[in-house]
Design a binder for this molecule. Structure first.
Ligand code: HQG
Length: 189
């Protein structure tokens, strides 16, 4: 994780994820309806809350983050998290046509519930899916012994599931019914 991000910037990346995805109020910040903050306001609010952020460090986190977690506006003045929100934001990204298969990495202990109930977004706004099993395995490992499900996207589309592609390429979806899910083949030895 954070392969290219210098170790001393990992804490800043996590702080930005907290503020821009889950709890802007922690530093008295308000995001707009689409999840953006003005960078000058972000830096001022963070400083007032006791967290001074060097502009160069912020630029490094945005540029070097392995998952491109943070998106800059076209004019370079505003910042938002690309995905992963638990607060209500409208990312205003267009529905996208997914590849035939997408993957979801989870922990083995969640498998029975997921195969019964389908994939739910839990605390986030969307179900998060990956385009490849390697990435999905890493996502699953965050929760425990990883297992990868494959999503039959044609079946999901037929069931009314909408798919979106976040600024950083992560696939986002509505809840995915169980009949669209199957265990993915284990990676070739
Ligand atoms: C599981 C990271 C029981 C689901 C990653 C997952 C991703 C169920 C957990 C992004 C369930 C939620 C999101 C059901 C789903 N019953 N468990 N019916 N449906 N679950 O962290 O997808 O590094 O909210 O399988 O790379 O793991 O933060 O979602 O295990 O892109 O940038 O409930 O977070 O990105 O966990 O990860 P999460 P996720 P960052």
């Amino acid at each position: 994780m954070n392969d290219q991000l210098p170790r001393h910037l990992v804490g800043l990346s996590k702080f930005l994820s907290l503020v821009l995805r889950h709890d802007p109020g922690a530093i008295g910040l308000e995001l707009d309806a689409n999840g953006w903050t003005d960078i000058a306001t972000l830096l001022a609010k963070a400083a007032a809350a006791g967290r001074t952020i060097e502009r160069a460090d912020l630029d490094s986190v945005i540029a070097l983050n392995d998952k491109r977690r943070f998106s800059l506006s076209d004019d370079g003045l505003r910042l938002r998290a690309a995905q992963g929100h638990s607060i209500a934001v409208d990312l205003a990204i267009a529905e996208a046509t997914p590849p035939a298969l997408l993957y979801h990495g989870t922990a083995r202990r969640f498998l029975d519930a997921i195969l019964q109930q389908g994939l739910r977004p839990q605390s986030r706004n969307h179900v998060h899916l990956s385009a490849d099993t390697t990435t999905a395995t890493e996502v699953g490992r965050r929760h425990g012994s990883p297992v990868v499900l494959r999503v039959d996207t044609a079946a999901a589309l037929a069931a009314g599931v909408r798919f979106y592609r976040a600024d950083n390429g992560v696939w986002l979806a509505d809840p995915v019914p169980a009949h669209c899910l199957a265990l993915a083949d284990p990676p070739a030895a």
